[in-house]
Design a protein around this ligand. Structure first.
Ligand code: NAD
Ligand code: UD1
Length: 352
């Protein structure tokens, strides 16, 4: 069973989902070490998490290390005996992965292999891995259950699929490993304090960060990709989930690793089970922010699926976890973060 003295290593803990999860871990009484190379994040996020955690902030240690630096990672494992690892670190931009596949294979696969080797060498065999709904490819039906056939639509998705397969193989080779693969749907929102949130570098690829940048005046309009889908209003439908619900999903997964003896290597969806269209999301954000989001209607984005949402039954039963927040909460918290930090952790100068 996890205790307040449990030491958790969080890779990619300075990033969007990682920083929210680290905060919830600290609040729950865990000792947390973060390994992040800050390639797609800022050390300011770590500082703010420490502040938000109050007295428990002292239980957070940060190491600016690239996961592929085996010697440095081994040093971290030598200095602290970790009870479990949550592995977020990876590159995640789908378009970039199509342009630079080797960058993605190198970073995501070698990073994960190095981590798993070092974990094994130090006898740390409990892992929660950030997978993605992308492993369902273009689902033929919805809701997506964990038993759906797996496929990859791009190099990013393929790295997730390969890492999942590696985890399954590792468990087959050594059944003392306990691994939970969490397949996230579409994480949005921010901590209600408005002190931490998503801060993508460059032009955002995903819907909510783009809407947010339109709302604060950094971009003129949102391009709506596809208005002829067979959906309620013709636009794409996704399963948006509040990042705090997602963070809590990691805590319950971790508790399960400590509590249950028969984990094996098991995948769970983290979604709400509800589908929301692009236009519904825009309307909810306009209501939350009081800002008008100008729209430019365009053709479909290559590679996009029509409707994707999760079956939540397995996570409800196996993890005893269910998302609490709805679309209005997500938009309220996203706007709170955006209005307080229109340039994320940066400044108008860093935007140029
Ligand atoms: P993020 O980019 O904000 O966080 C990832 C962090 O990993 C960053 O801080 C980055 O600097 C770090 N990192 C990357 N490569 C590294 C390396 N080699 N060594 C050390 N640190 C490294 O992304 P996020 O949205 O927080 O996503 C976290 C994880 O969840 C990723 O694995 C992502 O693929 C997965 N995921 C994200 C989404 C989403 O929509 N955000 C959906 C499904 C799955
Ligand atoms: C994207 C990734 C997917 C990843 C997921 C969660 C692609 C092709 N897929 O999926 O691998 O797992 O994010 O991180 O990038 N939209 C607009 N205008 C925009 C941006 C998006 O209309 O400027 C629409 C899209 O067409 C889609 C919906 O909004 O219908 C959601 O898009 P997005 O946030 O990019 O998420 P996914 O498409 O689910």
């Amino acid at each position: 069973m996890a205790s307040s003295s449990s030491n958790i290593l969080v890779t990619g803990g300075a990033g969007y989902i990682g920083s929210h999860t680290v905060l919830q871990l600290l609040n729950a009484g865990f000792m947390v070490s973060v390994v992040d190379n800050l390639d797609n994040s800022s050390e300011i996020a770590i500082k703010r998490v420490t502040e938000l955690a109050g007295a428990k902030g002292k239980n957070l240690t940060f190491h600016k290390i690239d996961l592929r630096d085996k010697k440095a990672l081994d040093g971290v494992f030598s200095s602290t005996k970790f009870d479990a690892v949550i592995h977020f670190a990876g590159l995640k931009a789908v378009g970039e992965s199509v342009e630079k596949p080797l960058l993605y294979y190198n970073n995501n696969l070698i990073g994960s292999i190095t981590l798993l080797e070092v974990m094994g060498a130090h006898g740390c065999k409990k892992l929660v891995f950030s997978s993605s709904a992308t492993v369902y490819g273009w689902p033929k039906e919805v809701p997506c259950t964990e038993e759906f056939p797996l496929s990859a639509a791009n190099p990013y998705g393929r790295t997730k699929l390969i890492i999942e397969e590696m985890c399954r193989d590792i468990y087959v080779s050594d059944c003392s490993w306990k691994i939970i693969l969490l397949r996230y749907f579409n994480p949005v929102g921010a901590h209600p304090s408005g002190y931490i949130g998503e801060d993508p570098r460059g032009t955002p690829n995903n819907l909510m960060p783009y809407i947010q940048q339109v709302a604060v005046g950094r971009r003129p309009a949102l391009t709506v990709y596809g208005t002829d889908y067979k959906t309620k209003d013709g636009t794409g439908v996704r399963d948006y989930i509040h990042v705090l619900d997602l963070a809590d999903g990691h805590i319950v997964a971790l508790q399960k690793l400590f509590k249950d003896s028969n984990i094996g290597c098991e995948a769970y969806n983290l979604g709400t089970g509800k589908g929301t269209s692009v236009l519904e999301m825009v309307a909810a954000f306009e209501k939350a922010s009081g800002k008008k989001i100008p729209l430019v209607m365009a053709g479909r984005r290559p590679g996009d699926a029509e409707v994707v949402y999760a079956s939540t039954a397995k996570a409800e039963k196996g993890l005893n976890w269910k998302a609490k927040y709805g679309i209005d909460d997500m938009c309220r918290d996203q706007w709170n973060w955006a209005s307080k930090n229109p340039y994320g952790y940066g400044s108008p100068e860093s935007d140029k």
